[in-house]
Write a protein that binds this ligand. Structure first.
Ligand SMILES: NC(=O)C1=CN([C@@H]2O[C@H](COP(=O)(O)OP(=O)(O)OC[C@H]3O[C@@H](n4cnc5c(N)ncnc54)[C@H](O)[C@@H]3O)[C@@H](O)[C@H]2O)C=CC1
Ligand SMILES: NCC(=O)COP(=O)(O)O
Length: 325
């Protein structure tokens, strides 16, 4: 079988994404990784990090990874010069250009998968572009009506019923229809992309103590339980709604393949406590394979040598495994 061809978007240019790309070049990686970034940015970051870097232009017909110390780069020009750690709204368009180019390449078969380095959601919005995250952007770019964010790490898989929403908007976003679609996507992709033949999914409640029989909120009774009952009747192995505070105990986790949390900060702090810097974010439900690092832009570390590449390597490994599968 030929080696996977992975598009790696370098993310926010003032963050640690370019550093991680330079660090990746310092080791032999068993896939053809094509970095989507500005070549001058990568060269400057390698210089700041005092690491060797040869830049090879993207060669459509190449069939081997770039040699040690080199990166194969699809050049996307920056809009403005970059100072590590200093955000500039002018480069938000560049960040989105790298993503659009990567998505196009995945959809037309040029790339087998997309791995994303972190972007800074705030600066993209400051540029006047509504952007809540890669997850939602990739759904829009691929005309996918619903996708599911799932993180993998620390021996856990944690998926989310809602993604980047203000907390006050979460309850209204969890409807019978939306939750049912999320669970169907999660179940389908655990089978097809993760080769789990009968996924066992633990579903968290929304309220403390999963609503305490309706005394601490009624979403469990009116929305979550009816959806789980209907999907169980179709053969899915679903437990819940369970109180989130005791759901993440080792004994419970040992009995499941995935946890479905109702919102971002219900599920992700637990997973990141167990695996920060080695976890992977996967977008389920897309027509393309997409994985990502579990951390953000770490502006404090850009160009300084403190960025750890563990999560990027894990994201690449998972993307390659999904391609092979
Ligand atoms: N996949 C993505 O595009 C993600 C983007 N973000 C974005 O990143 C920006 C900054 O987010 P923060 O909450 O400050 O989180 P952050 O992950 O950038 O930083 C949190 C702490 O972890 C450290 N850290 C992060 N990555 C590291 C690495 N690879 N090696 C060593 N230390 C590392 C940072 O120095 C900082 O102390 C926000 O705009 C956020 O939306 C956050 C998470 C994922
Ligand atoms: N906490 C995960 C996160 O914010 C990354 O989101 P996305 O950019 O992958 O949608």
């Amino acid at each position: 079988m030929s080696i996977p061809i992975i598009a790696l978007s370098a993310g926010e240019p003032a963050g640690i994404g370019p550093d991680l790309c330079v660090l990746l070049a310092q080791q032999a990686y068993p896939a053809r990784v094509i970095v989507l970034a500005d070549k001058t940015l990568l060269a400057a970051r390698a210089k700041a990090l005092k690491l060797p870097l040869a830049i090879m232009d993207y060669a459509p017909l190449a069939d081997q990874p770039a040699p040690l110390g080199a990166l194969e780069v699809m050049h996307i020009p920056l809009v403005a010069p970059v100072q590590p750690g200093k955000l500039d709204v002018a480069n938000s368009r560049y960040v989105l250009d790298t993503l659009r180019c990567a998505v196009d390449g995945c959809l037309n078969g040029t790339f087998d998968a997309l791995v994303t380095a972190p972007v800074h959601k705030g600066v993209i919005n400051d540029a006047g572009i509504h952007f809540t995250g890669h997850t939602e952007f990739l759904a829009e770019q691929t005309a996918t009506p619903r996708v599911v964010m799932m993180l993998v790490g620390g021996g856990m898989r944690v998926a989310l019923a809602t993604t980047h929403l203000p907390l006050k908007d979460v309850p209204a976003a969890i409807t019978r229809e939306s939750l049912s679609e999320v669970i169907r996507i999660l179940h389908r992709d655990l089978v097809s992309r993760f080769a789990i033949s009968h996924p066992r999914i633990l579903v968290a409640g929304l309220n403390p103590h999963a609503g305490e029989g309706g005394h601490l909120g009624r979403e469990e009774i009116e929305v979550i339980s009816p959806v789980l009952d209907a999907l169980r009747a179709q053969g899915m192995d679903l437990r819940g709604p369970l109180p989130a505070d005791t759901l993440f105990t080792p004994r419970m986790l040992a009995e499941c393949d995935c946890v479905l949390a109702m919102y971002h900060d219900q599920g992700l702090p637990v997973l990141k406590h167990a695996s920060f810097g080695g976890g992977v974010n996967v977008t389920l439900g897309l027509p393309i394979i997409r994985t990502s690092v579990d951390h953000g832009t770490a502006l404090d570390l850009a160009g300084g040598g403190g960025a750890e590449p563990g999560s990027l390597l894990a994201a690449l490994d998972l993307a390659c495994a999904m391609v092979r599968r």
